[in-house]
Ligand binder design. Structure first.
Ligand code: SAH
Length: 514
């Protein structure tokens, strides 16, 4: 490959990451991240967004709190040019929108000078996000026909100011100040001196769209004091100034979500945490993912393949977990066999989650017991079990009760281990410390195996959080381990656990306004 060709394949995507919530990035932004060889990002960017980058991508963080940068602007520019010239796809990931107070001009100009192609992918800028997340209509047909995005970082007293506060004071709309925390006294004072009424409504929004977002409503002349006390408010915060900031308490929605302010550790393995995490975040909780068990291939595929060969000889195929469904059916489809193997076999699922997993393979469970536990499943199958052949698709560890009860009812039972379940050896250090400090409100305990692993991982400290158990069986295991569950799901599903947390948590509809 010649240098010239390599040169042309390299490019830079300026991508706006949005204000913080990892879902507030555009589809195009995610697409660019997936393609990137190198991601150069600012400290303000939520690191969860980086999970869209492919596993081998190089991730480079530029600095940390306080605006201190490990790299100078010209080093950043030069690095991007070099990488693109080596043929690399570079994503320059910036908080909010890449064109709002983000030095885009300097960075794109340097690329243009070197003939390097680039694209700019917009993001949701903090002003607009803060307005939405604080329930402020940033424009309003009666009160604000324009919006100004202003830096609060410029010293109003500097000799050649680019901001004219007389003009800003007369501006017929909403003023939004970025980077104005430490300088609040200066810019609010300058505005008031220039004629803006001191009682103009203001809203300070800190860490907008994060689970710990704080919104303070006050008057313009109170902004500096509110930022300074009671606890000094650290950036990032943005200040919306104008009548619209005084209108809208009834429109606020973010802090009114029922689990706002609650942190919930989800201990399910990897991708299975996804749906419950989505549900919890939607309800306003901060979700902390700490898998307690790891799901992987079975120790030996041969027994699974043999069972797949003999599938037609069974009357019942019984699944007691979502993983069991996935592993067995994926293996079935990956082998030369097809789903007709299951034609004459009846299917049983321990609960609705497992039945749903079957449904993703277009299979309907013939039996789901009323109570989602092995004993109930056995009872539901027992009446017609005599001399019938059952295959139980199971984990490498788990309870024997299903097989025993079916055998007791006269069934011929084979068990096959279709996946391994092993404990995660140690927890993330940061999560451990946070739990120990009482900084996690809830831990979801969704199986006995997870209960045991959590206790092994965290020991006594586990009791610093409230424990939400999925079922009486899991609660019993917790008790054996010396941990009393605080709530127990009424339906033994993940949704049931979320519901139990929801009911117990003091309804957080009270205002978070300070
Ligand atoms: N390009 C960014 C702005 C960068 S300047 C954008 O379009 O949003 C950094 C300033 O943005 C911070 O000082 C703060 O005023 C604001 N900001 C960024 N993220 C924020 C957030 N999540 N909550 C409140 N303000 C935020």
């Amino acid at each position: 490959m010649t240098d010239e060709i390599r040169h042309t394949s390299g490019r830079v995507f300026f991508v706006g990451a949005g204000p913080g919530d990892p879902k507030l990035i555009t589809l195009r932004g995610v697409e660019c991240l997936r393609r990137a060889d190198v991601v150069i990002y600012d400290y303000l960017v939520n690191s969860q967004i980086l999970s869209h980058a492919r596993p081998g991508a190089q991730l480079v963080c530029l600095g940390n709190h306080g605006g201190w940068r490990t790299w100078t602007q010209s080093q950043v520019n030069q690095r991007m040019v070099e990488l693109a010239q080596q043929g690399k796809v570079v994503v320059r990931l910036k908080g909010g929108d890449p064109a709002v107070f983000a030095r885009m001009a300097e960075e794109t100009e340097s690329l243009a000078r070197h003939g390097i192609p680039f694209e700019v992918v917009p993001g949701i800028t903090a002003a607009l996000a803060a307005a939405s997340y604080a329930g402020i209509p940033i424009t309003h047909r009666d009160f604000a026909s324009a919006v100004a995005l202003i830096t609060g970082h410029e010293e109003p007293s500097k000799s050649d100011p680019s901001l004219d506060y007389e003009v800003l004071a007369r501006f017929p709309g909403t003023l939004v100040f970025y980077m104005g925390v430490t300088s609040a006294e200066a810019w609010t004072g300058a505005l008031i001196q220039a004629g803006k009424p001191p009682d103009t409504p203001a809203a300070i929004v800190r860490r907008c769209s994060f689970p710990d977002q704080v919104c303070i409503r006050c008057r313009l002349d109170e902004v500096a004091a509110r930022l300074a006390s009671p606890a000094k408010m650290a950036p990032p915060a943005i200040v919306v100034v104008g009548s619209v900031a005084g209108l809208t308490e009834p429109l606020s929605w973010f802090e009114k979500r029922p689990l706002f302010g609650q942190s919930v550790m989800v201990a399910r393995p990897g991708e299975q945490a996804g749906t419950v995490a989505d549900r919890l975040s939607e309800l306003g909780a901060e979700v902390i993912a700490q898998p307690a068990i790891r799901i992987s291939d079975p120790p030996d595929w041969r027994p699974v393949d043999d069972a797949i060969e003999r599938l037609e000889s069974y009357d019942w195929l019984v699944f007691s977990s979502v993983n069991g469904v996935r592993y067995l059916l994926d293996r079935l489809l990956a082998s030369r066999a097809d789903l007709r193997r299951l034609g004459g076999v009846r299917l049983a699922a321990i609960g609705p989650g497992t039945a749903e997993a079957l449904a993703t393979f277009h299979l309907r469970a013939d039996v789901v017991p009323d109570e989602y536990r092995a004993e109930s499943l056995a009872a539901a199958l027992a009446a017609d079990a005599r001399d019938k052949r059952f295959l139980l698709a199971r984990a490498s560890r788990g309870r024997e009760v299903l097989a025993e009860q079916l055998r007791g009812a006269g069934a011929i039972v084979d068990q096959v281990v279709v996946y391994s379940s092993t404990d995660v050896a140690s927890a993330d250090e940061g999560i451990k410390q946070r739990l120990a400090a009482g900084g996690i409100d809830w831990v979801t305990v969704t199986s006995s195996a997870i209960a045991r692993s959590l206790v092994a991982m965290f020991g006594e400290e586990l009791r610093k959080a409230r424990l939400a158990s999925i079922s009486p069986v899991t609660s019993a295991t917790l008790r054996e381990l010396g941990c009393e569950p605080d709530v127990e799901a009424q339906t033994y599903t993940m949704a049931g656990v979320v519901e139990a947390i929801l009911q117990t948590t003091t309804r957080n509809s009270q205002k978070r306004w300070i």
